[in-house]
Design a protein around this ligand. Structure first.
Ligand code: NAI
Ligand code: MG
Length: 790
């Protein structure tokens, strides 16, 4: 025992141990061995593996390594439970979610202790952050169950959801997955991560006690293979995954062409930007939470410190002093800041990365104290002397390692911040509200925290830009990824128009015959130097267009990227331009009708209807441009979260073969309205209606590069676009095989995709396609957390 005088000297904490006994007793009551929780029952343990306590290496329990047969059994149970569960009223489902929230709260301490023992995170965090947020998530979604029909009309649940979660926030990630899925009326098969299955198994007991109908929630434990069995199971309708970007890409490729819904919450390398006018002491405390929360094993960890050069020295000195006071130790000690990493393999991974980092010239600092023996402990570490391409700057370390770089101007800060394949989160510290709100929109990330960090709430969407994934968890956006339009299930296969005999005279329908590409606001000859004929219904040649190839797509993408400013033009401005396009198209409607007729052979009246519908569609999205906007959330802290609807970036669009004009306009209009520059491949068989648009575009004040048009073979141009890293999202309307290819190839940079999968989407249907169906797919939501409140 320290003497009082000594304590006054050191002002050190004594130990404040939390007892492991209740958690150990619960494990013992289960015989220390677990099967799966399937159809409301516990299966007999099969082949098992151990779940260890990473703070001391001791085994906590054995859990079953789920086989494909186990997964199949769970999916069958979920399928059988789906009709009744989805048919319950929202109120009834909400009551179950409420019951779960209450039960989690009642047993919160047991959950917190078990979580800390299985994962290694400090009890202070599991007790005060993880578990309260779990309860909050179920409460919040109880309300969503009830209000869904009003807030998201016409939407139905997917069916069976396969959910695969990581080990860094075991129970919290479970809650983020299960709560919205159940609220929407889905049933679930969830696999916890192999290092941390135990709180998911305790949660299964809560499910039992809340008397959920059997099969609504199934928990199958296992490793990567078990996860893959869920992903590949043909009767799973939607996959939700949180974990590494590497596995996220594998899952994207594996689900391509399956029609499964997919949401991915992946890795990050989030910038933590400190300007010279920031309250530096607060910024230091924020930084401690940003990078040493949960030992740095946080997807949105502020792991890249960007510090303004004028305060760099002072800030780094303060930081080192603060690092020296961070206490690393027993996760069950309430006075510990940093616990154990999840497993020895993660410690090794981080050590290997550090070795590479040092070899590449990084210098590192760690406080001078001893670590506890025998567990997965690492010191808080600061790396300096690195450049933007350094491994430790580009790679997600997923440990207590911060890399620091300096910047001079706000512009440079933005450049450095965005210089990453990831885009999950960002933090901005400055006392200047103008500066903060100037920087926030420029950062490519799904979450931005101003003068705060690592805030989460069930009402506020969380998720990434770029290779940090897509879909959101929390809030209305989070509900939307567990629902689909009711009409989708009635879609029928698309029957391609009958091929006509080829050959004959050139009949352009009375209009100019040499159509070029349209790139960067100029007409451009095809790189190939070849043209391809366009046939009329009788097989006669009615015109020629350029035969586009990968070089044309590259040029078009380059032009589109140079036009990304379209997304920051005011919505009013975009709206005016779309109205102008509509007006100028209408002015020439007769000419366009004749051209449609020349290509399809339909009556002039029917062709005229297509032109009129296209004008109306442009009008509709001109109207949407300044109305499809965000929300302000009120999380239970003194902050607001401003949900901004932002464009995704450059979009590649391949229009369907049918409806030469409307097929392109119906996809182009929402993409443009939301601020995305587009590379458009018009109908392969009837492209002339779009090549005729050039003059309309030119007379409508559309900035150069905002619309780029490449004619040619749809499938091969789609492939080039899907593989192009300069394209951020892609829509493909056409056959099933090419749709699958587009989805698979999109895994490269994880572009968001919409494909028609060989089904017939009647794009003239205003009820379906004049509203949020494509608007949602043309946007991503950024949540900006700002201090607010009395
Ligand atoms: P991981 O991505 O392999 O594991 C996450 C989950 O996916 C686990 O439940 C795992 O069993 C499952 N899984 C693995 N392979 C699968 C497959 N082929 N199909 C379906 N499911 C599969 O992550 P891991 O190996 O645990 O950690 C490695 C690194 O990944 C970490 O060091 C970190 O950099 C990153 N990571 C990032 C996370 C984030 O939230 N951003 C979370 C976990 C890991
Ligand atoms: Mg463990």
């Amino acid at each position: 025992m320290n003497k009082i005088a000594e304590i006054f000297q050191s002002l050190d904490y004594g130990p404040a141990p939390e007892s492991p006994e209740p958690a150990l007793a619960w494990l013992a009551s289960k015989g220390g061995k677990f099967g799966h929780f399937i159809n409301g029952k516990w299966t007999k343990p099969g082949k098992t593996f151990a779940s260890d306590n990473p703070a001391n290496g001791r085994k906590l329990a054995d859990v079953t390594d789920g086989s494909a047969a186990d997964v199949d059994k769970a999916v069958k149970a979920a399928r059988a439970a789906f009709p009744a569960w989805s048919a319950l009223s929202g109120y009834e489902r909400g009551k179950y979610l409420y019951a779960i929230a209450r039960l989690v709260q009642k047993h919160s301490r047991l959950f917190a202790v078990l979580e800390s023992m299985d994962n290694g995170k400090p009890i202070r965090e599991s007790r005060d952050i993880d578990i309260p947020l779990v309860a909050r998530h179920f409460y919040h979604h109880a309300g969503w169950a009830q209000h869904l029909e009003r807030e998201l009309p016409g939407m139905v649940p997917y069916g069976v959801c396969g959910q695969i979660i990581p080990w860094n926030f075991p129970l919290l990630m479970l809650a983020w997955k299960i709560a919205p899925a159940l609220a929407a009326g889905n049933t679930v098969v969830l696999k916890p991560a192999e290092f941390t299955s135990l709180t998911a198994l305790l949660f299964a007991e809560i499910v039992e006690r809340a008397k959920l109908p059997p099969g609504v929630v199934n928990i199958v434990t296992g490793q990567g293979d078990t996860g893959a069995a869920i992903v590949n199971h043909p009767d799973v309708d939607k996959i939700a995954f949180t974990g590494s970007t590497e596995v996220g890409k594998i899952i994207r490729a594996a689900t391509a062409g399956s029609g499964k819904g997919l949401s991915l919450e992946l890795g990050g390398k989030s910038p933590y930007i400190v300007f010279d006018d920031a309250d530096l002491d607060s910024a230091i405390e924020g930084l401690v939470d940003a990078i040493w929360f949960n030992q740095g094993q946080v997807c949105c960890a502020g792991s890249r410190l960007l510090i303004q050069e004028s305060v760099e020295e002072r800030f780094i000195a303060k930081l080192k002093a603060r690092m020296a006071t961070l206490r690393v130790g027993d996760p069950l000690d309430k006075a510990v800041d940093i616990g154990a990493l999840v497993a020895p393999v993660q410690v090794e991974r981080i050590r290997d990365l550090m070795k590479r980092g040092v070899a590449e010239g990084g210098q590192y600092y760690e406080p001078d104290y001893d670590l506890p023996e025998g567990g997965c402990f690492l010191k808080p570490t600061l790396v300096t002397g690195v450049s933007p391409s350094h491994t430790l700057v580009t790679e997600e370390i997923f440990g207590p390692v911060l890399v620091a770089m300096s910047f001079r101007t706000p512009e440079e800060a933005v450049q450095l911040a965005n210089n990453s394949k990831y885009g999950l989160a960002a933090t901005i510290w400055t006392e200047n509200v103008n500066l903060a709100l100037d920087i926030a929109p420029k950062i490519k990330a799904g979450v931005v925290w101003v003068n705060s960090t690592n805030n989460f709430d069930a009402a506020v969407g969380f998720g990434g830009y770029k290779e940090s994934g897509y879909g959101r968890e929390g809030g209305k956006e989070g509900m939307a990824v567990y629902l689909k339009p009711a009409w989708e299930k009635a879609l029928k296969p698309f029957a391609a128009p009958k091929a006509t005999e080829r050959g004959g005279e050139l009949d352009a329908g009375g209009i100019d015959q040499t159509a070029k590409m349209y790139i960067g606001g100029k007409q451009a000859r095809p790189d190939s130097g070849y043209s391809r004929p366009v046939y009329g219904p009788g097989g006669d040649i009615v015109g020629e267009v350029g035969d586009g190839n990968r070089k044309d797509i590259r040029n078009a993408v380059e032009a589109a990227r140079a036009a990304l400013g379209w997304g920051t033009a005011t919505a009013h401005n975009r709206s005016q331009i779309l109205y102008f396009l509509a007006e100028n198209l209408e002015y020439r409607s007769e000419e366009f009708a004749r051209r449609i007729r020349a290509q399809t052979g339909e009556s002039l009246a029917s062709a005229q209807k297509e032109v009129t519908a296209s004008v109306e569609r442009l009008f509709a999205f001109a109207g949407w441009a300044d109305k499809y906007d965000g929300a302000v959330h009120n999380p239970p802290v003194r902050m607001i979260a401003v949900a901004m609807v932002e464009p995704i970036g450059v979009m590649g669009i391949v229009a369907p073969p049918s409806r030469p004009l409307l097929g392109s306009v119906a996809l182009l209009a929402p993409a443009l309205a939301m601020g995305n520059p587009v590379v458009l491949v018009p109908s392969e068989t009837a492209p002339l209606s779009v090549t005729d648009l050039y003059q309309v575009i030119e007379t409508s004040d559309v900035p150069a590069g905002v619309i780029n048009i490449v004619t040619g073979p749809s499938a091969s141009l789609a492939k080039t676009m899907a593989e192009h890293d300069g394209i951020d999202a892609m829509w493909f309307a056409g056959d099933a095989a090419t749709s699958a290819m587009v989805e698979k190839a999109s895994a490269g940079n994880l572009k968001q995709t919409w494909t028609s999968r060989g089904l017939y989407y009647d794009l003239s249907d205003k009820a379906k396609f004049e509203g949020d169906y494509f608007l949602r797919r043309a946007t991503q939501v950024k949540n900006v957390w700002v201090p607010y409140g009395a």
